[in-house]
Design a protein around this ligand. Structure first.
Ligand SMILES: NC(=O)c1ccc[n+]([C@@H]2O[C@H](COP(=O)([O-])OP(=O)(O)OC[C@H]3O[C@@H](n4cnc5c(N)ncnc54)[C@H](O)[C@@H]3O)[C@@H](O)[C@H]2O)c1
Length: 313
């Protein structure tokens, strides 16, 4: 019997729960929100698609009732405010730090062995806050950002190549911010061959730039931050853990010397399985990539420093 809780039944959380149920990733999916009745309503609505879509997962909604989340294997934290057009993810820190910390503490009272997947922004900093304040082993705290950014990277590559995104491989490392993420163009492939065989250097730079502002572009169009791909990316991460798939997915994880960084949660490729982070994959970065990663880490460290200013750490 596998159980996943999604905290925050807003755009991203509800989409994540929906994908988890549709793909039957877990036997039970619980949604919890502070807004009275919203989780219950969304769970009932989704349950009424079970027969239409043919899934057997049970969805449960609750308003702030952590007892219902008891014994969850994985908990996805999406609670918090999203950004509005023109805002950076980093500007959300003051409000979201308090929410993420209190939610994680409540979750662990009922699911002391759960693996936490942090989605709320600024995600690298919220992951770091969880790691520092909860005292859990580092394999059980995973920030979701790279799965989404990589999916966006593959989308923009596929658009440039004129192919289906499933024919493209690629990933993004570094911080989950408009200026901190690093699309790893050198490692990206189309039909198993380097994308540089098919696209000019200029085109590849355009693809990388579009990826980096991919979230901001959607925020401008939608008036709030996107949810279909973020929700699906959260479910993708959960699935690799619950089904012990051992997929390599870039996630924000605590580094202790890997990639030349310490005391930081930042995106690097990891193997995700039943223990959460099973392994941090060490890529051979070239000098340019190393410099980009160091600059990204510097920016994430600077955002983390704000946790002290808002009294969260
Ligand atoms: N990491 C990523 O890749 C990524 C991608 C997209 C969005 N996000 C972030 O995810 C978060 C959620 O985005 P959204 O678009 O779903 O926002 P949303 O406003 O639609 O949903 C957030 C939900 O959290 C709930 N909430 C607030 N405080 C809570 C608490 N203490 N306990 C339980 N629930 C609480 C709200 O009631 C709301 O329903 C934002 O911080 C956003 O920036 C991250």
């Amino acid at each position: 019997m596998s159980k996943v809780t999604v905290v925050g039944a807003g755009n991203v959380g509800a989409t994540c729960a929906n994908v988890l149920a549709f793909n039957e990733v877990a036997d039970e999916v619980v949604m919890l929100d502070v807004k009275e009745g919203v989780s219950e309503g969304k769970a009932m609505d989704m349950m009424q698609t079970a027969q239409l879509l043919g899934f057997d997962t049970t969805l449960v909604g609750c308003t702030n009732d952590y007892a219902q989340t008891a014994d969850s294997d994985v908990v996805v934290i999406t609670s918090g405010i999203p950004r509005k057009p023109g805002m950076t993810r980093e500007e959300l820190i003051g409000v979201n730090a308090g929410i993420v910390k209190s939610v994680a503490e409540n979750i662990l009272k009922y699911s002391p062995n759960a693996i936490l997947v942090v989605v709320s922004n600024p995600m690298d900093t919220m992951t770091y806050l969880s790691l520092k304040s909860l005292g859990l082993p580092k394999n059980r705290i995973i920030g979701m950002g790279g799965a989404l950014d990589s999916s966006r990277f593959k989308y923009f590559l596929s658009q440039a190549l004129g192919c289906n995104a499933n024919e493209v491989e690629g990933f993004v490392i570094g911080g989950h911010g408009d200026t901190t993420m690093i699309p790893m163009t050198r490692f990206a492939t189309y039909k198993g061959m380097p994308v540089a065989n098919f696209l000019s250097e200029e085109k590849l730079k355009e693809v990388a730039a579009a990826t980096m502002v991919g979230g901001a572009t959607l925020t401008k169009l939608l008036g709030t931050s996107a949810w279909y791909a973020p929700g699906a990316a959260g479910a993708f991460v959960v699935e690799s853990i619950i089904h012990n798939q051992k997929k390599m997915i870039p996630c924000s994880v605590f580094l202790e010397g890997e990639y030349g960084e310490s005391d930081i949660c930042i995106g690097v490729p990891v193997i995700l399985g039943k223990n959460g982070i099973e392994e941090i994959v060490k890529l051979e970065l070239n000098e340019e990539e190393k410099a980009a990663f160091a600059a990204s880490a510097k920016a994430v460290h600077a955002t983390n420093a704000a946790l002290k200013e808002v009294g969260a750490l």
